[in-house]
Design a protein around this ligand. Structure first.
Ligand SMILES: [Mn+2]
Length: 295
């Protein structure tokens, strides 16, 4: 399989974990730089905000993907059934929000509570709980036309799921058409022996890709080997989203939560342009060209 068109997205986590109409002005800039869509955080979003965001996306002819995470109050790994039910309810609510946005993918660390560590390696019991919760969430995702994309994180942010191979194994165990894996090159650069081998291990399970640097700043200015990412994705016939993901301190609290302690870019225009250039350089004709009004 030789993909001819992958869609290019830009994650609004660059600006904030809670998008409001103050951020909608950036949609025009995404379109101008040739992005097909925006990846939008949904955990904190209200229904009214999501409706307004969808309208602003439509104005700029942009698609959406959604990004979310599991919380300590709604942890798929919870030992008690009531806790796991809260996790299922939480993931169902995120699916509903994704649908309101018109997003076909809900990506992120939805496998375990963000920021919670057991201080031990993952156990077989935790794996089984995660399978149960994500399979149930997948049933709801299917009803609303969303695909869940389970994102491994590096060891400093998560103990439960660190590698592409473990993610692929988890997705196969969940065995649900609406539950796929995600790959974020920032985490993979830290955890994998080889990006190409990691992507090869995701064959048949990969549903979402985020392009992010080792330093989380301006795409293309770091050490991530995007040539290997392209080779690897071509080899497995990946034809989903490529979402540029960078972080900043535009929202100081969120920046600190993500351990962003210094300025990593020259502003949003710099990151938008660099992400589009990186994608065109490495993914060539598989993504769309910039519109003539890009500047
Ligand atoms: Mn990510």
């Amino acid at each position: 399989m030789n993909p001819t068109h992958r869609r290019l997205g830009f994650s609004f986590l660059y600006f904030t974990p809670h998008v409001t109409d103050a951020h909608h002005r950036w949609f025009e800039r995404l379109r101008a730089h040739g992005y097909d869509g925006a990846e939008l955080p949904v955990v904190a979003a209200t229904e009214a905000e999501l409706v307004a965001t969808r309208r602003a996306l439509d104005t700029n002819d942009l698609a959406a993907t959604a990004v979310g995470f599991a919380t300590t109050d709604a942890d798929p790994l919870a030992a008690d059934a009531a806790g796991r039910q809260r996790a299922i309810d939480h993931l169902r609510a995120l699916c509903d929000k994704a649908r309101t946005l018109g997003a076909d993918v809900l990506a992120g660390p939805i496998h375990s509570a963000y920021g919670r560590f057991s201080e031990l390696p993952p156990t077989a019991a935790e794996h089984a709980r995660c399978v149960e919760v994500l399979r149930a969430a997948g049933d709801h995702a299917a009803k609303v036309g969303v695909t869940l994309a389970v994102e491994p994180l590096n060891r400093f942010e998560c103990y439960f799921l660190n590698t592409a191979a473990d993610c692929a194994e988890l997705v196969r165990a969940i065995d649900h058409p609406n539950v796929r894996g995600a790959l974020d090159t920032h985490h993979a650069h830290i955890e994998e022996r080889s990006l190409a081998a990691a992507i090869a291990s995701s064959r048949g399970t990969l549903g979402h890709v985020q392009l992010s640097e080792n330093h989380r700043g301006t795409p293309g200015t770091g050490q991530v080997d995007f040539t290997s990412v392209r080779t690897g994705l071509d080899a497995i016939g990946y034809d989903g989203w490529l979402v540029v993901e960078a972080f900043s301190r535009h929202d100081p609290h969120f920046g600190s939560a993500l351990r962003i302690w210094r300025t990593l870019d020259q502003g949003a225009e710099d990151v938008l342009a660099a992400g589009a250039t990186l994608a065109r350089t490495h993914f060539g004709a598989t993504i769309p060209p910039a519109r003539p009004d890009a500047r």
